[in-house]
Design a protein around this ligand. Structure first.
Ligand code: ZN
Length: 524
């Protein structure tokens, strides 16, 4: 994931250093992109002020004087970034989550079938999950995450559960004694994407349904074990009004599509690779696409589509060029070939997280995809090249190889930032790219490390995962690792390894710089 930041506007040196990175021959767009990010900054400031005022009158049960300055510092971090929803009376007291408390899940999910009936008032989400106990024969409670939704029904192996078979709270649904061997869990929930203003989970904005599930947005879609080490194969059926939502997208390959009664239509998507739920994506709306193809080094033809509102399609030429360049570069340098037959990018103006690497369905804020020669600067073109590459590179460093838990976030982001920096360097001028990156490190990272927001690359605890995704997320989490690697002369070494060695090096880096173990990563 990439936050919506404007790294090259912070200093004259950084802006100047990008000149000449992009070939004008590839630029054919015709008008300007969108400008965002100021509202987001303003919102953050408001949150800081309101939360500080609010918290002064509250007592946290775990904020005892005996725990000293360290916890006080963590509270400052949470005050600065937690959303206003914490003031709602039904919310539970936030709990501090510790890395040392990590436990393997008691249940794994094998396959997940999701059906979305998208509506104007509400959306019905039906899930069918094949659940496998980690230890055959044991029957501990199965705890599912879920917020802001109405439970319609719950069945185990086709049998509706009685009220005393489960506990339903504001954040969890707990099956008290599920079967001790493999079983099928069916849950139907009722959600209101139109009223979802958090821009997490499934929401509707500007006529489009859109999702954002990293880090913990999937729990706003259906009850689920919302953690990265629960990886399953997804099949997704989307049903919606055909005139309002002519395009229905999800992860993987399109298996089927067709018309339904009442002016509706459907699309059935299947992702053949297991993935954590934070990589789930759904988009539905009146979008049009720029289409192209890429032939992989093994001879497979991959369809490429960049979806935008109709008026923005002419501005996607450079993004398509960037995507094809990234696919070729990953094959040439890292030996990594794209693994599906279709790759979709969606660019919409209401996507708050900047860019998101959902498996085969990357979603971007328009600002990071659209460009035209009339209004875009060299820096804009360079930023688009870098972020398109970054999200594409996550396919192998983050998606197919993912993190055990969110404490390991810097592993996927660190290596992927490193890869996009190498990509931009090879496509443009390595020394000036390096100078720009170091300027960014010095202007954003160093002041943060010297202030109260400082924390290790891999923290020992957090209160809310969203605290990792503050405005300085990219620099704070990723650049120290990259910087350290560069100091140790690792950077060019990595680029000449086979895929296997590259992944092995990925693990080694995790051990070197984050203190993680190989068991903290999942390799599929
Ligand atoms: Zn990323």
């Amino acid at each position: 994931m990439a936050r919506l930041v404007l790294p090259y506007r912070s200093s004259g040196l950084a802006r100047t250093s990008l000149l000449g990175l992009i070939s004008a021959a590839h630029v054919q767009a015709t008008s300007s992109g969108c400008l965002l990010s100021r509202p987001a900054l303003s919102r953050s400031c408001l949150l800081i002020k309101s939360e500080v005022v609010s918290r002064r009158s509250q007592r946290f049960p775990y904020h005892s004087s005996s725990r000293g300055k360290e916890i006080g510092r963590r509270l400052i971090c949470s005050v600065a970034t937690e959303p206003l929803k914490l003031q709602e009376p039904q919310m539970e007291t936030p709990k501090e989550i510790f890395l040392k408390d990590y436990k393997q899940p008691d249940y794994y999910f094998d396959t997940v079938y999701l059906k979305f009936a998208l509506g104007e008032e509400n959306t019905i989400v039906s899930s069918e999950i094949v659940v496998v106990p980690r230890v055959e024969g044991s029957s501990s409670p199965l705890v599912l995450n879920g917020v802001d939704m109405k439970l319609v029904s719950i069945k185990v192996d086709g049998k509706k559960l009685k009220a005393d078979d489960y506990l339903l709270g504001p954040r969890h649904l707990t099956l008290l004694s599920p079967p001790s061997s493999k079983f099928i869990l069916q849950i139907v929930t009722d959600i209101c994407p139109q009223k979802n203003t958090s821009l997490e989970g499934l929401y509707k904005s500007s006529g489009n349904f859109c999702t954002q599930c990293e880090a913990e947005g999937f729990r706003k879609i259906t009850y689920y074990q919302d953690r990265p080490d629960i990886m399953a194969k997804y099949t997704v059926r989307i049903e919606a009004d055909k005139s309002l939502y002519p395009v229905l997208l999800s992860n993987g390959n399109l298996l089927e599509e067709g018309d339904l009664e009442g002016g509706k239509h459907y699309a059935l998507w299947e992702d053949p690779f297991k993935k954590p739920c934070y990589l789930f994506a759904l988009v539905a709306g009146p979008l049009e696409s720029r289409d192209d193809t890429f032939v992989t080094r093994s001879g497979r033809t991959v369809s490429l589509r960049i979806w935008t509102p109709a008026q923005d399609v002419p501005k996607t030429a450079h993004a398509m060029y960037s995507l094809k360049a990234a696919m070729k570069w990953d094959e040439d340098v890292f030996g990594l070939e794209y693994d599906l037959d279709l790759f979709n990018i969606v660019a919409v103006p209401d996507f708050n997280m900047g860019a998101m690497e959902n498996k085969s369905l990357n979603i971007f804020n328009s600002r990071l995809v659209l460009a035209s020669p009339e209004t875009a600067s060299d820096g804009d073109y360079a930023a688009i090249l870098g972020v398109i590459g970054h999200e594409y590179f996550h396919n192998w460093t983050g998606n197919r190889v993912t993190c055990r838990d969110w404490f390991q976030l810097s592993l996927k982001e660190g290596l992927t930032v490193f890869r996009d920096q190498e990509f931009s360097s090879d496509m443009g001028c390595r020394p000036v790219k390096r100078i720009a990156d170091v300027c960014r490190l010095r202007s954003s990272q160093f002041p943060q490390d010297a202030g109260p927001m400082a924390h290790p690359i891999r923290p020992h605890s957090y209160i809310k995962m969203d605290n990792f995704y503050t405005g300085k997320f990219c620099c704070f989490i990723t650049l120290p690792g990259i910087w350290s690697m560069s100091m140790l002369k690792f950077d060019r070494l990595l680029c000449h390894l086979t895929p296997f060695k590259m992944l092995l090096t990925y693990f080694n880096i995790s051990i070197l710089f984050c203190g993680a173990t190989v068991r903290s990563m999942l390799l599929l």
